[in-house]
Design a protein around this ligand. Sequence first.
Ligand SMILES: O=P(O)(O)OC[C@H]1O[C@](O)(CO)[C@@H](O)[C@@H]1O
Length: 244
Amino acid sequence: MNVKVLENYEELSQLAASLIEQQVQEYPQSVLGLATGGTPLGAYKHVIRRYKQGNIDYSNVSSINLDEYVGLDKTHSQSYHLFMKEQLFDHINIREDQTYIPDGKTSSLYQECKRYEGIIDEIGPPDLQLLGIGENGHIGFNEPGTSFTSLTHIVNLELSTRQANARFFNSFDEVPKQAITMGIGSILKSKQIVLLASGERKAEAIKRLLEGPVDEQFPASALHDHKNVTLLVDQASYQLVEGK
Ligand SMILES: O=P(O)(O)OC[C@H]1O[C@](O)(CO)[C@@H](O)[C@@H]1O
């Protein structure tokens, strides 16, 4: 794993945006694997700012998102559909019909998982997959104990994950109990992976990622099995790593 330690969130976000842009400039038909959560917001802000300066064309890019809450309509204020629209898609010239996010409101969750994995295989796999990390090491919504060979599936969210995400909802009770997520095996299909970690809250997880064993109890450790992973981490998240 290639590790780049940045001074702060702003520097990390700028570098993440540059990696996305480089990918798209080198290969305009790129498939981007995109993530939600708070961490990628800064990168998306820079992607939008530089797009508006006129240099980068996203019209031939496709995107595949990691996950969606079960039970939330695409227009729900906390759905990842709306998140992506508001935070990125509405501000660059990516074509809406080339953006893919699981449908959390489907009548057949099983079919939706199969359909989505089919999309990953047909449109993807992503040339560049952006990832955040949960405090318990989750990637996408793959909670501890998920098989490293798992494909797109339904997950029962851990209490700690629901608590961490309650900040985006009006109350804890509104946080969905399930999500559809690309599996760890689906994520590992990506050609290149860029993992972002920022803030003290992630320091334990980053220490465990860099110093601990590869273990299904810590989903992000699966990334050690991939040959092209870059971790962009700020000082606050890196502070507990030995010998830094
Ligand atoms: O970036 P955040 O908000 O800390 O979230 C970390 C991870 O948790 C999730 O939001 C899921 O809980 C992921 O989508 C994200 O990668």
